[in-house]
Design a protein around this ligand. Structure first.
Ligand code: ZN
Length: 249
């Protein structure tokens, strides 16, 4: 068992939350009961995840995508009201860590996804150093990397193959980091993997020769929250259950 505020302090320190400029508040977003025995982790604080956590008798939920983002108008109506009401009805704490969870060097989304792709970062790039880059494993070509990405995310990535150059440096950044492509190119990448592609990246890939791979936003961010939950179970003796709410993105 851990006290709600002690868990907050622990997570904040572990994930170095104060280091980041983010799009929403990191930490305890909805306050629930004081004593926490069981934590459910997931990617997004969706109604489906909240309901699954209630069914699992969780005292707290830990997610990557919380409820509150810059640009919202602040009204608790519609879907947002439903989610908040359900949490409060059941007195469940909601902890959300966005960029700090992407970035953590061992438990973070990038580190965990990279591990499943067989990649090791030796440098960082891009805004707030969120991108990871490292040497390509010996003999790995684009087809091999496609296969590894497909195995990690359970779906075929969207590929813009570039000019077919040999892979020496591989850059990656989980989630919706397509805007990091130019920074990855500047950092010396031969291929960049992220969750999503937008219209401009296809042209950048064709014109610079650097390959671009979109592997799924949810699919590439499935691992950080899970790793933090396992860490909490090992370190603090909390019960932990990861809930993967399927998402085509
Ligand atoms: Zn995300």
């Amino acid at each position: 068992m851990i006290d709600r505020d002690d868990l907050h302090r622990h997570l904040h320190e572990l994930l170095e939350a104060d280091r980041f400029k983010d799009y929403g508040p990191n930490g305890l977003q909805v306050e629930g009961k004081a004593a926490i025995h069981k934590v459910v982790t997931g990617v997004t604080a969706s109604l489906a995840l909240i309901d699954a956590a209630i069914a699992a008798k969780a005292d707290a939920i830990f997610v990557h995508h919380g409820l509150f983002w810059r640009g919202q108008d602040g009204r608790l109506t519609g879907w947002l009201k439903q989610r908040v009401a359900r949490l409060i009805q059941h007195d469940i704490n909601l902890y959300a860590y966005h960029l700090p969870l992407d970035a953590h060097t061992s438990l973070g989304n990038n580190a965990q996804w990279g591990q499943r792709l067989g990649l090791v970062a030796d440098a960082r790039f891009g805004e707030q150093n969120l991108g990871s880059i490292g040497a390509a494993p010996d003999g790995l070509d684009l087809a091999g990397l496609m296969l590894a990405a497909q195995q990690a995310s359970g779906r075929a990535p969207v590929l813009e193959p570039g000019d077919g150059r040999a892979l020496k440096r591989i850059a990656w950044c989980s989630g919706g980091a397509q805007s990091y492509f130019e920074a990855a190119i500047a950092a010396g990448a031969d291929v960049f993997l992220t969750g999503e592609i937008s219209e401009p990246q296809a042209h950048y890939a064709r014109e610079t020769g650097v390959a671009f791979m979109a592997c799924g936003h949810h699919a590439s961010e499935r691992y950080g929250a899970q790793a933090v939950g396992d860490y909490l179970a090992a370190r603090l003796g909390l019960q932990h259950q990861f809930m993967d709410i399927d998402n085509p993105a």
